[in-house]
Write a protein that binds this ligand. Structure first.
Ligand SMILES: *Cc1c(COP(=O)(O)O)cnc(C)c1O
Length: 408
């Protein structure tokens, strides 16, 4: 008899996206002629940039030669990619990150889900609500929480509501919490943290000796260059923050898989007896034990996004999505919908019309407009009464979706 990890049974109702898939399939089966437009799951739609494809081809050819063949790669990533990250994502913004502070991985979903492993079983944690479901669910699986209450709040997690009143960027709490998950630009609300917002969080973390887990998966969607793309643009963040970035959204790598995590050597946690331990060292051990590096071909593809052609082509993709976001935002606002986000993120956060619940709004839009979005409540209790619309689609589909939402 193999006993199971019963923490999994605390998970409420299953993952959001399978339920959306189930409802869309049921509708499509009943209405086989319906032309459904999917603005639900946050997945990119444009093909890979030519510079990326060329780099992958060249790397495949290299791997087919005696001289170019490579087996297991370096655990943290190849230097050519680490150098590109250091130069383009950090040095260009005045930040020095050492190569051994970067861990290349196959996704920020994995990174944001796995990082909790190096923290104490009874560590206290905080999420902004709503948030990317991975932060909460992986801590539930790890047994760091109680069960969910009737409102969907898990015992043992501090939820900070992201609301219209606080511009969807909650301020730090008054108390000490050990781990804080932050995401900017935010999925699902589309809100972006300003320098002042992040300064307040870094000051809070330093005061309480907390660690910030900063998810910057959408950094490339920031349109105003004065907004921080990295938490390390904030003084002191290298003492208290871990940062995660991904090639998924910035370069269309959701099916290619490449991301990285930065853990400065100055970020520490403590043992029960108060001894300080560098988190970089702990994660390095974890990474080397459970992960065998991202394929060479994929790392070459990721590095190609840092070439001049790669930069120009991937920035053009981001421009396409952000123009979609602008059209959705402006189109719905002109029709008297209340919308947020979409200015520095590919997501529009819409208040559901007529006080509908998030799932009612989902069902209404699916049946009347054949448009699929994501119910805000799926991202946490404070998402109730909101609806996320993604800008990841063709211009044609986005324009048609706006027309249909307004007409219904
Ligand atoms: C899409 C997304 C990621 C990226 O996940 P990958 O595993 O790198 O594809 C990470 N965090 C958030 C909030 C996301 O929306």
């Amino acid at each position: 008899m193999a006993r199971i990890n019963e923490n999994f049974q605390k998970l409420a109702a299953g993952y959001l996206f399978p339920e959306i898939g189930r409802r869309v399939r049921a509708y499509a089966d009943a209405n086989p002629d319906a032309d459904i437009i999917r603005l639900g799951i946050g997945d990119v739609t444009l093909p890979l940039a030519p510079a990326v494809v060329d780099a992958m081809h060249a790397a495949v050819d290299e791997m087919g030669t005696d001289k170019g063949f490579r087996g297991y790669g370096p655990e943290n990533g190849y230097d050519f990619l680490l150098d590109g990250i250091r130069e383009h994502d950090y040095r260009a913004r005045g930040i020095e990150i050492d190569s051994d502070e970067i861990f290349v991985s196959d996704g920020s979903k994995q990174d944001s889900g796995n990082i909790q492993e190096i923290f104490g079983q009874d560590s206290t944690l905080l999420v902004t609500d709503p948030s990317y479901p991975v932060y909460v669910d992986t801590n539930v699986m790890a047994g760091r929480t109680g069960g969910a209450d009737d409102n969907g709040y898990y015992g043992g997690i501090k939820y900070l509501p992201a609301t219209e009143e606080n511009g969807f960027i909650p301020t730090p709490p008054s108390e000490a919490i050990e781990l804080a998950y932050l995401c900017s630009p935010n999925n699902p609300t589309g809100a972006v943290a300003t320098r002042e917002n992040l300064e307040a969080w870094v000051a809070w973390a330093k005061e309480h000796d907390a660690v910030i887990l900063f998810d910057a998966a959408y950094d490339a969607f920031i349109q105003d260059d004065s907004l921080p793309r990295s938490i390390y643009e904030i003084e002191g963040a290298k003492d208290c923050a871990i940062e995660m970035r991904s090639f998924s959204k910035r370069a269309g790598f959701t099916g290619v898989r490449c991301a990285y995590m930065v853990i400065p050597k100055t970020v520490t946690g403590t043992t029960a007896s108060g001894e300080r331990v560098a988190l970089n060292q702990l994660w390095g051990r974890r990474h080397a034990t459970k992960f065998n590096s991202v394929p060479y071909v994929i790392q070459r593809a990721a590095a190609a996004t840092f070439t001049p052609e790669g930069q120009a082509q991937t920035q053009e993709q981001v421009r396409h999505y952000m123009e979609n976001a602008r059209l959705i935002r402006d189109g719905l606002a002109a029709a008297n919908f209340t919308v947020f986000g979409g200015e520095h993120a590919p997501y529009i956060w819409m208040r559901t019309p007529d006080g509908q619940t998030s799932w009612d709004c989902f069902d209404t839009l699916l049946s009347r407009a054949q448009v699929v979005g994501t119910p805000g409540s799926g991202f946490g209790p404070s998402g109730e009464g909101y609806f996320r619309i993604s800008a990841f689609n063709s211009r044609e589909n986005v324009e048609e979706a706006i027309r249909r939402i307004i007409a219904n």
